[in-house]
Design a protein around this ligand. Structure first.
Ligand SMILES: [Zn+2]
Length: 100
């Protein structure tokens, strides 16, 4: 029992040990690869979470649109896998409307 407790404490110390620069660089590289793959997946099918494939509106939390003079974006959070991303829209065309 005590031996198991000591083992748990040692494992916790491993978890809370500060990461080395090499660990951080490896994690950043891994995350960048994951994000690049998610971007590719998203551009093929923007209606699902590009990380886990969630499609339900209960899982995908679309925030308010925001924008500037030539772009509009919407931040999205996936409740299922806890990823966040921005959907970015650019101006593509002009069409006149004549109402009278
Ligand atoms: Zn997801």
């Amino acid at each position: 029992m005590i031996r198991e407790l000591v083992k748990h404490i040692q494992e916790d110390k491993e978890i809370f040990k500060p990461a080395s620069k090499d660990d951080l660089a490896a994690r950043t590289k891994q995350r960048d690869l994951e994000d690049a793959k998610a971007r590719e997946t998203f551009l093929k099918n923007p209606l699902v979470c590009p990380y886990c494939g969630a499609t339900s509106s209960a899982d995908l939390d679309y925030r308010e649109f925001d924008g500037d003079h030539n772009q509009v974006w919407q931040n999205v959070h996936c409740e299922k896998c806890d990823h966040d991303w921005s959907e970015i829209y650019t101006l593509t065309d002009f069409e006149a409307n004549h109402y009278n």
